[in-house]
Design a protein around this ligand. Structure first.
Ligand code: ADP
Length: 425
């Protein structure tokens, strides 16, 4: 074995690591270090070192457990795996050799002993053990591994419980904050609407365009804040399964007409052409009208937001057996294949969030990445599914996107059905 052999050295104590690393490098070896057993295993698999030197007491796995893992793989059948330890009892040695360690080096090591021992193991040397002690070592090792495993499972369960508690606290905090914000916002919105109706203000708005645009901007901003707070509240309730569905007889055609009406001003302002024929949609479905309106509002809102002025939006429906298929198609910027799998995840946005405008309907308006997860949660809670098709994202050629929603004619949920994001009840 040449002196430029690669040695993987796994040690969590920085001082020891530095010392041995330097000694080995001075001896002409290439040394790669890891601080934990798991990182060491990953490095071993990618580097295939000539020798692995490992501390026995590591923070995650014990050194001999690391040896067991690697020895299971053919490529490490013959790699020397040497344990480095401060204590070296016979029992410890037997357990380690039974686990697949090739041999032991005991700390403190002086440079020439280290060099000699590394050379010995690189040249195929092994510490020997007789059959009887090997068997006893194996039995003890199995017991130790099981005990270690039990400890780790308990630690993980405790950590998981603590995380769940923290997550619950976070959701509660978000819900309380959103509630607290929504109440005064609703009042402010009401006051502004009342103010708009004041004859003095109306005549002022007619006389002065600046006043009129200020009031319009105020109303739009408050509406936007209101819808942002609502989105946060809804997604948080979805995650904690606190939204109750009110399933009734619904008229999907009317729901979609309301959605389209909500965007009419933006559609006119942005010169978008729309294909929408209300009669295509069934009038005898069952579902939650408010939630479905919200889901389609998010889809049509996105179509408006991501289609440049003068583009086209189509909302089409058809019946396929007892399923309703609704497509929301736009001639907008499109979505890359790699983003398509993530856009239904909460808080996933493709654009740089800092570039988002504050308007919900301006081109490239952006948002918090909650619209699609909310739509998906609602559709799935109705027993339906949603997916997207687009050949890619290109703001210049605008290949467009199509969102397809399948909904059963009759949602099987009961009046008190709860809403999850996966529809997995
Ligand atoms: P946002 O509030 O950011 O619009 P959404 O959850 O509604 O959040 O959408 C997530 C991301 O998916 C958006 O940031 C956008 O990049 C992309 N997206 C959604 N709908 C469209 C669409 N019709 N055309 C192009 N991109 C879209």
């Amino acid at each position: 074995m040449s002196a430029s052999s690669v040695i993987l050295y796994i040690e969590d104590d920085p001082a020891s690591r530095k010392l041995i690393e330097r000694a080995l490098e001075t001896a002409g070896y290439t040394v790669v270090c890891a601080e934990t057993a798991l990182r060491g295993i990953d490095l071993a698999r990618s580097l295939l070192p000539d020798l692995i030197l490992t501390d026995i007491n590591l923070p995650d796995l014990q050194g001999h457990e690391l040896a067991s893992v690697l020895r299971n793989e053919e490529r490490f059948f013959h790699t020397p795996i040497v344990a480095l330890t401060g204590t070296n009892t016979e029992l410890q040695r037997d357990v380690a050799l039974a686990a697949g360690i090739s041999g032991y080096m005991t700390k403190p090591l002086n440079v020439s002993t280290l060099r000699d021992q590394v050379k010995y193991f690189l040249e195929g040397g092994r510490d020997s053990i007789d059959a009887e002690r090997l068997l006893a070592g194996k039995t003890r090792y199995t017991r130790e591994v099981v005990t270690h495993l039990e400890q780790r499972i308990r630690q993980l369960e405790d950590a998981n419980a603590a995380l769940q508690h923290l997550d619950q606290m976070k959701e509660t905090f978000i819900q309380i904050t959103a509630h607290e914000l929504r109440t005064p916002l609703t009042l402010v919105y009401g006051y502004v609407r009342l103010l708009e109706d004041f004859p003095t203000l109306q005549s002022l708005m007619r006389q002065d365009e600046a006043v009129s645009s200020l009031v319009k901007g105020l109303v739009e901003s408050i509406e936007r804040m209101h819808s942002v707070v609502n989105e946060i509240l809804i997604i948080s309730k979805m995650l904690t399964r606190e939204i109750t569905m009110n399933i009734t007889q619904i008229d999907l055609s009317m729901i979609l007409q309301r959605v389209m009406k909500g965007f009419q001003d933006a559609i006119n302002e942005r010169h978008l052409s729309v294909e929408f024929e209300a009669t295509q949609f069934p009038q005898n479905m069952r579902g939650d009208p408010e939630l479905l309106r919200l889901a389609f509002s998010n889809l049509v809102g996105n179509a408006v937001k991501y289609t440049p002025d003068g583009g086209n939006i189509a909302v089409m429906g058809e019946m396929i057996n007892s399923t309703v298929r609704i497509k929301v198609r736009d001639s907008g910027i499109g979505i890359d294949a790699e983003d398509q799998q993530f856009i239904f995840d909460k808080f996933h946005t493709v654009n740089d969030a800092e570039l988002h405008s504050s308007s919900k309907t301006a081109f490239g308006g952006g948002g918090m990445g909650l619209g699609l997860p909310i739509a998906k949660g609602i559709v799935e809670a109705h027993g339906g599914n949603i997916f997207v098709e687009s050949i890619g994202r290109d703001p210049l050629s605008c290949p467009g996107s199509t969102f397809t929603v399948h909904l059963p004619l009759v949602t099987t949920r009961t009046r008190t059905g709860r809403l999850g994001t996966q529809g997995d009840e």
